[in-house]
Design a protein around this ligand. Structure first.
Ligand code: GLA
Ligand code: ZN
Length: 666
């Protein structure tokens, strides 16, 4: 597989939405920013295939030729993320049927039924044609299949394909009835044809919940697989003509709809689109970068970010002066090998005309945004290939799993406020704030690489997981889990015999009941050393079965019973956090866990600066970022050293301005 030769710096570029005379002006301006890459053809299906048997690549040829003259690394999209009008007119089945059961007309994007044979045929053929034509183009750096796969379809084609998928998975209708617990409410299925797509017309309870999580989780798996088949079909079509160029599709962080760990196995390189809101905590952005790196345990591409402003958030604040640079370096610090924008020139019309771009509506390079893009471009150019492929390493692994995500959020009870990602986020934030690197890992990761494995809301314990976790702890691993863990199997049926089911022995506890607290209610965590903290959301009522209590509840009828426990198992230890602690409580628990697992921050001194490290060829690259919103003192670890971005040397205690970013190599 071809590797990138330099850090790709550029982004989505749609010259075909503009008159020809603008293109040269674009090139002139991009040169000023050391832009070296463009992602083209993302939404061009209608233009390059104006009819069923008509293809017209003249304009794309011209774009490719222009980018070649500029020595660009081209990211070539296959254009199949928005259906052309002729296709929907002629074959209405290519459009989706939504959750409410409505058949969609021509419109929007990401709008194809993944199980439509017509869509499958045309999208595959398009990828083939493009690969045949451009597969050996000297400037082709990466294939970008479709765009941001997602959404769902509930049409008849999908329903039929789902029956086939279910049959393949379970074999008999009896096995299906058992897996989905269909004797409940007399939903007994007699035949595979009785299976209908679970949406508002059948078992859905609003969009978020379902009467039968078993079928709904399987439908999510099926949708994820269906779109993955679309991706694979285009990828394989590309491979018929081009064996060398890496293939990706742009992912969306913790987007719920697709099992990205499964997807990543089919992708050569992961890429993703990072769009935090004005109030998204930096720890959340960092966690999502780590998740995207974790999908393949490899550096990733930042396929999209806005240089300045988004348009689809509720409040689309500008990135403040210096913010885009800092945010880009944070991305690189967590494993990105490219920095790409959406988009290079701001649209003249439609819903993205107020979305930021490298060239704004004023049409010139004389803007704050452009100057900042150029500043970063010069820095990246100066670094060349220095950081490409550099590795991040971590001793803490946090488990992220889409089956668990789906299962937990489909659960009807005990609390409607229970959401998957925020539960992981609060644990991640503890490590982030202490500059302890984290890997986001799948349920089937090699746990033995980690000193500690953190697995909150490990709701669904699938086959093999009990053994894998027991084995890890037996050999000295430190595991943390807690409420809503070990409850169900892969089909969302409860592991009978007492919570946390298969984790009971490991945790050395039995959680007899789960109390739900309303937002205005809290309980108290009374730690054995006298510290008090608050807790909320859910409270497991726990009996010790070998574990010791680290904190008991302070009120209610379960006052003085264990809330947080620790169990010795083999040569390792297992923490069980039976409730949602506040920041004080969480710190206490995780401080103990870090002590047990001998996990230390990257630097010894306390600091609010973000520190991250990537390694390559025996060298360590240290990123020092101030994302705190106010000046912060330089720490001793990097004092008097010279940063390689701007050649600055700071003394200990000297102030770093907000958004300051320094990079040191040793
Ligand atoms: C997504 C899409 C882009 C664009 C941006 C705007 O990430 O992939 O086409 O719409 O959002 O933020
Ligand atoms: Zn469909």
């Amino acid at each position: 597989m071809k590797d990138f030769k330099r850090m790709l710096y550029g982004g989505d570029y749609n010259p075909n939405q503009w008159p020809r005379e603008i293109w040269d002006e674009d090139m002139r301006i991009f040169r000023l920013a050391d832009i070296n890459s463009a992602t083209v053809n993302v939404f061009s299906w209608a233009k390059i295939q104006p009819g069923e048997d008509e293809y017209d690549f003249a304009e794309l040829d011209e774009i490719m030729e222009m980018l070649k003259k500029e020595n660009y690394d081209i990211v070539l999209a296959t254009s199949t993320a928005a259906l052309p009008a002729w296709m929907v007119r002629r074959y209405p089945e290519v459009a989706r049927v939504d959750y409410e059961g409505l058949r969609h007309k021509f419109g929007q994007r990401h709008n194809a039924c993944p199980n439509s044979p017509v869509f499958q045929k045309f999208s595959r053929r398009m990828a083939q044609k493009l690969a045949e034509r451009y597969g050996d183009h000297p400037n082709l750096a990466c294939w970008h299949i479709s765009n941001e796969y997602g959404g769902e379809c509930y049409c008849e084609n999908c329903e039929k394909a789902f029956r086939v998928w279910v049959k393949k998975k379970y074999g008999t209708i009896d096995a299906v009835n058992k897996a989905w617990n269909m004797h409940f409410w007399g939903h007994t299925l007699y035949d595979f044809d009785d299976i209908v797509a679970p949406n508002a017309l059948s078992d859905g309870i609003g969009y978020e919940k379902t009467a039968f999580a078993g079928i709904s989780i399987d439908y999510r798996r099926f949708m994820s697989d269906s779109m993955l088949e679309n991706f694979k079909a285009e990828r394989d079509a590309v491979r018929e003509f081009d064996k060398e160029t890496p293939v990706t599709t742009n992912l969306m962080g913790s987007y719920k709809g697709l099992d990205y760990f499964k997807w990543a196995k089919e992708m050569d390189i992961v890429s993703w689109d990072n769009y935090p809101a004005y109030d998204t905590p930096w720890s959340s952005t960092a966690m999502h970068h780590d998740l995207m790196r974790g999908l393949k345990d490899k550096p990733f591409m930042l396929m999209e970010q806005t240089p300045s402003q988004q348009n689809w958030q509720r409040y689309n604040s500008l990135k403040r002066p210096g913010q885009m640079r800092a945010q880009s370096w944070q991305t690189v610090a967590h494993g990105a090998d490219t920095i790409q924008f959406f988009q290079l020139r701001r649209s003249v019309g439609a819903c993205e005309k107020f979305h930021g771009a490298v060239i704004e509506h004023s049409g010139t390079e004389n803007t704050r945004v452009f100057r900042e893009v150029a500043e970063l471009g010069h820095e990246l150019k100066a670094l060349g290939d220095t950081l490409l492929g550099a590795k991040n390493s971590a001793k803490v692994g946090i488990i992220f799993d889409w089956d668990n995500y789906w299962g937990l959020e489909y659960a009807v009870g005990p609390s409607a406020d229970l959401k998957y990602v925020p539960q992981l986020q609060q644990y991640y934030a503890y490590f982030y704030e202490r500059n302890i690197p984290v890997d986001m890992i799948p349920v089937d990761a090699d746990f033995t690489k980690y000193s500690a494995v953190v697995a909150p809301v490990l709701y669904m314990v699938k086959d093999g997981m009990q053994e894998a976790l027991e084995n890890y702890v037996n050999q000295g691993g430190i595991l943390l889990t807690g409420f809503m863990s070990g409850l169900v199997d892969q089909s969302d049926n409860v592991h009978l015999g007492g919570y946390p089911g298969p984790l009971r022995k490991l945790c050395g506890i039995w959680a007899e009941e789960i109390d739900a607290l309303a937002p205005e209610q809290t309980n108290v965590l009374k730690f054995t050393d006298g510290t008090d903290a608050a807790c909320s959301l859910l409270c497991d009522i726990i009996h010790l079965e070998g574990a010791e209590s680290l904190a008991n509840y302070g009120s209610d009828f379960y006052k003085d019973t264990p809330a947080v426990t620790k169990n010795a198992f083999g040569t390792g230890k297992v923490y069980y956090v039976g409730t949602k602690p506040d920041a004080v409580g969480l710190r206490k628990i995780l401080d103990m866990l870090c002590a047990d697992a001998d996990i230390k921050p990257l630097v010894g001194e306390e600091t609010k600066l973000e520190i991250a490290c990537r390694e390559k060829d025996g060298k360590r690259y240290w990123f020092v970022l101030n994302l705190t919103g106010k000046p912060q003192p330089m720490i001793g670890a990097f004092a008097d050293k010279t940063d390689i971005l701007k050649g600055r040397t700071l003394k200990a205690g000297e102030m770093l301005e907000n958004w300051d970013t320094l990079l040191y190599v040793e």
